[in-house]
Every structure is written in structure tokens, then in C-alpha cells.
Design a protein around this ligand. Structure first.
Ligand code: UD1
Length: 365
């Protein structure tokens, strides 16, 4: 059996890591070709994740880089098609919801190659999010849909996906978290910034809806400045966010001497540093999908600066709450001054998801 698996952007790497490692157990039986589309290409957005998570080198890099959505998707398709034609895999395995996920799914199904989607069925019901389009199309086309939670399976059933294609396997990103947590905690990242456990807020923001619009980014930064007067903030900047801050003429903000070290703006950080900061922070504020899940697992309060989430289980069972610029101040106040509340880790977020996925793939082939 031959599998091509695909990664492209930062949130894909921690999902493919455990899958790729599990496949090693079956190396006699399964030939695995790992393709990196090159959607993310900066050292700290890509290579560092491969190194720290010990993911094996991709066999093929398509080197597509950043373009408009149409150009990026089209370029990935153009470059991925010859790879599929040459290698003739039994399965193309895609993860998550980035443009690489969509592009490679389209190529494979048009060549008659079966597609398995890991992290299928998540829905924000907000089609202004590029990821929602990617999720809808990928799931409509995939042959095997591996879901992280019950709600994801329900969404697929409502969309008319045949029940036999859907397999509840749990959250593969939690596999990575479980196996790397101790090493991540050993990093003591907050200490190297002079911060104490539970005495800082960890923030990540990169969604176009938050950072591409001048007014919304201004309002967010204004709130953060106020918050930083009460508690220090660590804010690693995604390249998109850094570009926008500079483009809108606020580059001086990034100079740490001008904000007296209350907001630590940094380059994008490693997986270990991110987990260490999340675990030790008093509160996480984010628009990332992954951090909503990681904070739920870690039991750390999370405010998601978005009108919706495709991961509602992090709200119903976990530590997540949606917020907006009008209510964020009150929400922060409640968390900073409130008592910790009891939450649950969702079923099958147990570190064994990759095992369940590989077993099923082998069984059905
Ligand atoms: C992509 C995913 C998003 C995911 C995010 C995580 C899509 C539609 N979006 O968004 O779901 O949450 O990755 O990081 O696939 N850039 C660099 N260096 C890089 C990569 C990007 O400088 O290594 C800059 C470029 O200016 C680029 C911009 O960031 O234009 C956006 O990159 P892109 O891959 O298009 O989307 P993300 O915003 O990263």
C-alpha cells in the first residue's frame, strides 16, 4: 500500500507528526511519501517544527510559497498533480483546513485516487473564513473522514456524507501534545522573559478578519495596551500580523523599549515554546484553531477573538469562550479575577488518535 500525505502550513505539522510516526510501525507494508507544499516556508513557520517535533524530512517539497488564494491553490494543484501521477498512491492523506488541504484533495480525486481527511467535519458555519470553504470542499470529496469529536460527525451526516465513511478517532493534535508536553514544560519559556507562572497572558492573532482590517487591528491593539497595564502580555507575531502592523504605520509599537516591556512582541515561536507559554499563562487570547484545543486539554482559560468557532466542543466541555472587541475587557476581567472552573478533556483526546487512523486505513485498503 502506498500513501502520500500532505503538509503545507504551520498547523499541519503537529497533525502529520504522529501519523507519520505511526506509519513507521507498518513500514514493511506501507510506503509513505511525505509532501510539503511549501505554503509556509519561513524557518520559524516550518523547518523549526520539523526539527523540534522530529518529523521526518519531506520527500518532496513543492515550494509554492505565498500568493493570493487562487494562485496559491492553483500552484499547489499544478505541482502536486505530477507527483500523484508518478507515484500512483492508494491514498492521499490530508489534514486540517488550509489551502494545501483543499488543493491536494482536488488533484487526488480528479485522478481517481482515494482521499482520507484527518480533522474532518469541523464547521464554523461562516463562509467568509477561507478555512470553512476548504473544509466543506475537502469533506465533500474525501472517501474517509476522520473526525476529532462527535459534533464533527453530526455535521457530516447533516451534509449527507455516508455514515460508513465517517470515523470518530479523536484529536490527532493532542497526540503531539501528550507526547511532547514534558519537554515543552522544561523550556520554561516564560522565565526567560522574566515572567512568573500564571502572571502573564499569551496572545496569538493572525486571522485576516482580525488583522487585515486597519480599524479592527487598531481596536485590538488598543485593548491589549490597556490589558498590559494590568498584566504582562507575550505576543508572538505571525508574519501576516507583523506585516499589517508595519503597513498600517504602527511599526514603532514593536520596539519593546517603547512599551516598557509590558507587551513582549516576538517572532513566531517554536511548538515547545508555545505549549510552555500556554500551559503557564493565566489566560490565552487567540484566533487560532489549535490553541483553542490545546488550552482545553491543558485546562487553561481561553478567549477566542472570533464570532464563531469550528471547535464548539472546546466551549461546551473545555475552557474556551468566544469574545469580541466590545466584550473582551469584561471577559478578561472575569477570568483574571474569577475562580478556576472545572472542565473536561473531550473523549478520545488521549494521545492515541494516530494509531486509530492508521489501523482503519490499513483495514479498509
Ligand atoms: C494559513 C492558513 C490558516 C492557518 C495559518 C496558520 C489558509 C487559507 N490559511 O494562513 O488556516 O491558521 O496558515 O499559520 O491556508 N508568510 C510568511 N512566511 C511564511 C508563510 C506566510 O511571511 O512562511 C506571510 C506571507 O506574507 C503570506 C502571509 O503570511 O502572504 C499569509 O500566508 P498564507 O499561507 O497565505 O496564510 P496564513 O495567514 O499563514
Amino acid at each position: 500500500m502506498k500513501i502520500i500525505s500532505v503538509v503545507g502550513a504551520r498547523p499541519n505539522f503537529m497533525k502529520i507528526g504522529p501519523f507519520s510516526e505511526e506509519l513507521l510501525q507498518y513500514r514493511e507494508q506501507v510506503e509513505h511519501i511525505l509532501v510539503h507544499t511549501g505554503q509556509h516556508y519561513d524557518q520559524n513557520m516550518s523547518e523549526d517544527f520539523f526539527n523540534s517535533l522530529k518529523i521526518r524530512e519531506p520527500d518532496i517539497n513543492l515550494n509554492v510559497g505565498s500568493e493570493s488564494h487562487a494562485q496559491q491553490t492553483a500552484q499547489i494543484m499544478q505541482c502536486f498533480e505530477p507527483v500523484c501521477i508518478e507515484h500512483k498512491p492508494d491514498w492521499v492523506v490530508v489534514v486540517g483546513d488550509v489551502n494545501s488541504t483543499l488543493a491536494c484533495t482536488l488533484v487526488a480525486v480528479k485522478l481517481g485516487i482515494k482521499v482520507a481527511h484527518i480533522e474532518a467535519g469541523l464547521r464554523s458555519f461562516d463562509r467568509s473564513m477561507p478555512e470553512e470553504i476548504n473544509r466543506l470542499v475537502t469533506d465533500a470529496l474525501a472517501d474517509l473522514l476522520f473526525t476529532p469529536s462527535v459534533d464533527a460527525g453530526d455535521n457530516l451526516l447533516k451534509e449527507g456524507v455516508a455514515p460508513e465513511k465517517i470515523h470518530l478517532v479523536g484529536n490527532i493534535m493532542i497526540d503531539t501534545l501528550v507526547s511532547n508536553l514534558d519537554q515543552a514544560l522544561d523550556r520554561l519559556t516564560h522565565k526567560s522573559l522574566g515572567l512568573k507562572e500564571k502572571e502573564f497572558v499569551y496572545i496569538t492573532l493572525h486571522r485576516p478578519n482580525n488583522v487585515d482590517n486597519r480599524d479592527s487591528l487598531y481596536a485590538i491593539l488598543k485593548q491589549l495596551k490597556r490589558l498590559s497595564e494590568a498584566i504582562p502580555i507575550v505576543f508572538p507575531l505571525h508574519p501576516r500580523t507583523r506585516h499589517r502592523i508595519k503597513e498600517f504605520g504602527w511599526g514603532k509599537l514593536l520596539d519593546s523599549s517603547s512599551n516598557k516591556q509590558k507587551i513582549f512582541f516576538t517572532e513566531p515561536i517554536s511548538y515547545y515554546d508555545s505549549i510552555c507559554l500556554a500551559a503557564n499563562s493565566k489566560l490565552v487570547i487567540t484566533d487560532s484553531g489549535g490553541l483553542q484545543e490545546e488550552t482545553t486539554y491543558l485546562g487553561v482559560p481561553c478567549l477566542t477573538l472570533r464570532p464563531n468557532t469550528e471547535r464548539p466542543i472546546t466551549i461546551s466541555q473545555g475552557t474556551n469562550k468566544l469574545t469580541d472587541i466590545e466584550s473582551i475587557e469584561a471577559d478578561i476581567h472575569t477570568i483574571l479575577n474569577g475562580r478556576p472552573f472545572k472542565t473536561e478533556v473531550p473523549p478520545l483526546w488521549d494521545g492515541h488518535t494516530a494509531k486509530r487512523i492508521v489501523k482503519k486505513l490499513i483495514e479498509v485498503t
